[in-house]
Design a protein around this ligand. Structure first.
Ligand SMILES: NC(=O)c1ccc[n+]([C@@H]2O[C@H](COP(=O)([O-])OP(=O)(O)OC[C@H]3O[C@@H](n4cnc5c(N)ncnc54)[C@H](OP(=O)(O)O)[C@@H]3O)[C@@H](O)[C@H]2O)c1
Length: 259
């Protein structure tokens, strides 16, 4: 399917590895020029090479912390008026909610709620004027299904979802859409480091523990980042103009519910 977005420009935040990288790669395969981002310059440069290997678009690496005003300025300097914005970031570390300090809570909310809103504020007006804009926010399945120790992450992302629910309706008539993708367990560095930490805490071999986790998922496996990236690219396509304000849960059926 031709996604109809070749020649467009996308800022994909936190995209040197994992789900963000998969989104940037799928958009590039659809002919979109991509601004990619991460804090580690060497990893970011390697990702630019990976994407360049099978695409023919402009890839602009911006090494910066997206949670900071300076990092956001650098991203927007690379593409002041993007057609597509994919919001992504790291998440706050796993912690018992009773141990969270005020500073830690503010940091978590800045990372997963304030930062994407600030970027949307910066890019939305030209999207509305041009009558084309696609915004996708990578949140988490934990918005729907709580995970102990990730309460701050879940809360900040749910806050973002609610905040943008009204905003999405304000810009929908201008062909600007705003959707969220909620990953379940996807095979990325983040998932693997979490599995390693929990397996070692439980004193189990990593393979055995990973197999147990996969068995809890109806598909019997973890998600491939490329599957996530392709879904993101579709939501950014010309064909997705009637999909807005939605939460797309991609979790292999792990969340048990009819809706
Ligand atoms: N994978 C899953 O199963 C899963 C499930 C639920 C939710 N999520 C959420 O989905 C998002 C992506 O997860 P992932 O699994 O793809 O993580 P990942 O494999 O750890 O990759 C994270 C990416 O974000 C970049 N990054 C992190 N903090 C950044 C910052 N402050 N500024 C700029 N770039 C930053 C990293 O590069 P640098 O470190 O070099 O900056 C890296 O490119 C996270 O918010 C995660 O909590 C993931």
């Amino acid at each position: 399917m031709d996604l109809g977005i070749a020649g467009r420009t996308a800022i994909v935040c936190a995209s040197s590895r994992g789900l963000g990288k998969a989104c940037a790669h799928s958009l590039a395969q659809a002919g979109v020029n991509v601004i990619i981002n991460g804090r580690d310059e060497a990893t970011l440069a390697a990702t630019a090479d990976d994407i360049a290997a099978d695409t023919d678009v402009e890839i602009t690496p911006v090494a910066a912390d997206v949670s900071t005003a300076e990092g956001q300025r650098a991203l927007l300097a690379a593409a002041p008026e993007p057609d597509i914005l994919v919001n992504n970031n790291g998440g706050p570390p796993r912690k018992d909610y009773k141990e969270l300090t005020r500073d830690a809570m503010v940091d978590g909310v800045v990372m997963n709620m304030v930062t994407p809103i600030e970027l949307i504020q910066a890019v939305i007006d030209p999207m509305v004027e041009r009558k084309f804009g696609r915004i996708v926010n990578i949140t988490s399945a934990s918005v729907k299904r709580p995970l102990t120790g990730l309460d701050l992450s879940s809360g900040a992302r749910a806050g973002l979802t609610a905040f943008l629910s009204g905003v999405a309706r304000q810009v929908a008539a201008s062909n600007v859409t705003m959707n969220h993708i909620l990953p379940g367990a996807f095979d990325t560095d983040r998932l693997r480091s979490g599995l390693e930490a929990t397996a070692s805490m439980l004193g189990k071999p990593l393979d055995e523990f990973s197999a147990e986790r996969m068995a809890e998922i109806p598909t019997g496996r973890f998600g491939y980042p490329d599957e996530f990236g392709k879904a993101c690219a579709f939501l950014c396509s010309v064909h997705a103009g009637y999909i807005t304000g939605q939460n797309l849960l991609i979790d292999g059926g792990a969340f048990h519910g009819s809706f």
